[in-house]
Ligand binder design. Structure first.
Ligand SMILES: Cc1cc2nc3c(=O)[nH]c(=O)nc-3n(C[C@H](O)[C@H](O)[C@H](O)COP(=O)(O)O)c2cc1C
Length: 140
């Protein structure tokens, strides 16, 4: 089974979640922009934070380059200050590429603006991300 975990992060929060997911699945977490998808992927985990109400433009651009026939299923994850809606936006963009997207997604709070959510993602968040990743694999 070919599983990929790809993410964008500015302050490291989504990176921590990506590493937890990748670790639980025995693969490497890879940064969007550093790798491309050159062979068929059974499950693509893709994650980002939310910045001014949207995922980062690099994530949006990356999703728009995806070939629907190369990705069997996508699973979205993310971190946020207060709003989870970047996850929904990423799901919609993936569907526009003709990719089957899991109805399940993983989101948790991420530290921002010095004190907000300052302990997140915490150990419980990362444990939940690992459990989520292992569970969603059953969709394949
Ligand atoms: C420039 C900037 C803009 C942000 N805008 C939002 C926002 O619109 N809504 C929200 O809920 N959180 C917002 N946040 C909080 C981040 O989404 C949150 O800290 C997230 O965990 C960042 O992920 P990262 O550390 O992987 O970059 C913003 C953070 C930054 C730095």
């Amino acid at each position: 089974m070919n599983i990929k975990v790809m993410y964008h992060t500015i302050n490291g929060n989504t990176g921590k979640v990506a590493e937890a997911i990748a670790g639980a699945l025995g693969v490497k977490a890879e940064r969007i922009g550093e790798v491309s998808i050159s062979e068929p992927v059974d499950m693509l985990f893709i994650g980002d934070g939310i910045y001014a109400g949207k995922p980062d433009i690099s994530t949006v651009d990356f999703i728009r380059t995806l070939n629907g026939s190369m990705v069997k299923k996508a699973v979205v994850f993310g971190t946020y200050g207060v709003q989870e809606k970047a996850i929904k936006i990423m799901k919609e963009l993936l569907e526009e590429q003709g990719i089957n997207v899991s109805a399940e997604s993983f989101g948790c709070k991420g530290k921002c603006w010095a004190i907000m959510n300052r302990r997140h993602p915490n150990a419980d968040d990362l444990l939940a991300a690992k459990e989520f990743a292992k569970g969603v694999l059953n969709e394949l």
